[in-house]
Design a protein around this ligand. Structure first.
Ligand code: SF4
Ligand code: SF4
Length: 409
């Protein structure tokens, strides 16, 4: 674990993050302009390439390096902040939004991937601009009514789902425990004359920073005790340093496995699916495949968390949350496959399947290694072996089936 003082200095700099936010906001409006008024012929609109090849593919890399850094410079959040300053409303988000907003966000994220696959949104300037303008409008409405970044915290499909993948980040915001334990005023959250408080409503001492911190730098500017710090972790230690996952994140992770397998199939084997499933309308075939694969992966994981109770001596709910955390490496590689590898032009189908297969293998191996590392701390050897064997069987069945589909379909 190494302290990165140079990055801390950048985050403390008075022009950060505006130096990134303003050009990104201008770039966003230019992107909308190009999408709406640029060349509309398939493959000719540069706005589509920037959005679906460059930005979409960049996200997994940013997640693993800096977590939700992009949220800190995101034009949606920036527009919401600007409207908030002008309108001046500071309502607290309603309780139901805090409790259930993330379900909406995960659902919206899955819907975006679904529509992207089914209507090939990456090839449609109209669909892509509608998506961007819809998210933009929602962020602005949220900023007009609710305090801080309510949209980014509870509702944004890219931000909230990105928070799950950001748990793998290797460059993290951390704190000096002693300084924070003596703190009385929580300037990181409340703000000072130097800078506003945390836009995500986080107190460095109390909150889970890995999933929600957007690296805006406000807490580094505000803290009188110089407590917040940026640390470089090894991927394993960094990931295991903060095992926190709620029911919603675990449900999302377990559904995402089957969902991503279904999307691979739809992208590459639509004719075969139409032939096998047999509805006249191909949309029904696609939806059925998605529902079946998503449902099966969720049910398998639910079953696993239930069956394993006598060995872990924990409740099904606890197991569901605990092991859901270790699905993150697996689903991270599924995300890389869907966003990055599919975005690379000029790569043959066969070669792409090899990369995708390797990604699935790497994800499942990492999930097993991370889980084993953690179990060593909390279980004796016999229990540890039984649990890891069952967890491995669960992953090997899923990964093996996915590989089979890639290689032999
Ligand atoms: S980061 Fe600073 S302001 Fe925030 S709780 Fe710790 S010591 Fe207090
Ligand atoms: S904890 Fe809050 S204030 Fe500090 S960098 Fe993260 S988002 Fe910004």
């Amino acid at each position: 674990m190494k302290r990165l003082k140079s990055i801390e200095s950048v985050l403390r700099w008075k022009w950060y993050p505006d130096i990134f936010r303003i050009p990104v906001l201008i770039g966003f409006f230019y992107l909308i302009y190009v999408l709406l008024f640029g060349d509309q012929a398939e493959g000719k609109n540069s706005g589509l390439s920037v959005m679906w090849v460059l930005l979409w593919a960049l996200q997994p890399i940013l997640f693993i390096l800096f977590g939700r850094f992009f949220c800190g410079v995101c034009p949606f959040g920036e527009a919401g902040d600007m409207v908030q300053k002008v309108v001046g409303n500071e309502f607290h988000p309603p309780l139901f939004l805090k409790k259930f907003g993330v379900w909406f966000a995960y659902g919206f994220f899955i819907l975006i991937l679904l529509i992207e696959t089914m209507v090939h949104m990456a090839g449609s300037t109209a669909a892509s601009s509608i998506l961007l303008l819809t998210i933009f409008t929602m962020a602005v409405i949220s900023g007009a009514f609710f305090r801080r970044r309510t949209w980014c915290r509870y509702l944004c499909p890219l931000g909230v789902a990105g928070g799950v993948f950001s748990r793998l980040r290797i460059i993290k915001l951390s704190k000096d425990d002693k300084a924070c334990s003596e703190c009385k005023k929580f300037e990181c959250l409340q703000g000072t004359e130097k800078s506003a408080g945390c836009p995500m409503g986080l107190c460095v001492r109390k909150h889970d920073l890995d999933a929600d911190c957007i690296s805006c730098g406000n807490c580094l500017k505000n803290c009188p005790a110089d407590s917040p710090r940026i640390l470089l972790h090894s991927p394993v230690k960094g990931f295991l340093s903060n095992i926190k996952l709620n029911q919603a994140e675990s449900a999302f992770a377990s559904c995402f496995i089957g969902f991503s397998i279904a999307l691979y199939l739809i992208k590459d084997y639509l004719d075969k699916i139409n032939h096998v499933v047999g509805f006249e309308n191909p949309v029904w075939n696609e939806l059925l495949v998605i529902a079946v694969f998503t449902g099966i992966s969720f049910l398998l994981f639910y079953l696993f968390s239930y069956v394993i109770r006598p060995i872990t001596r924990q409740s099904q709910k606890y197991n569901f949350r605990f092991f859901g955390f270790f699905l993150i490496p697996f689903i991270f590689f599924a995300l890389v496959n869907l966003t990055s590898i599919h975005g690379v032009p000029l790569i043959s189908l066969q070669r792409r399947h090899v990369f995708e297969g390797l990604g699935i293998l790497a994800g499942s191996i990492l999930s097993i290694i991370f889980c084993l590392q953690e179990l060593r701390k909390v279980q004796n050897n016999r229990q540890q072996n039984k649990i890891i064997a069952l967890f491995s069987i669960f992953l090997v069945v899923l990964a093996g089936y996915t590989l089979y589909l890639f290689l032999f379909l």
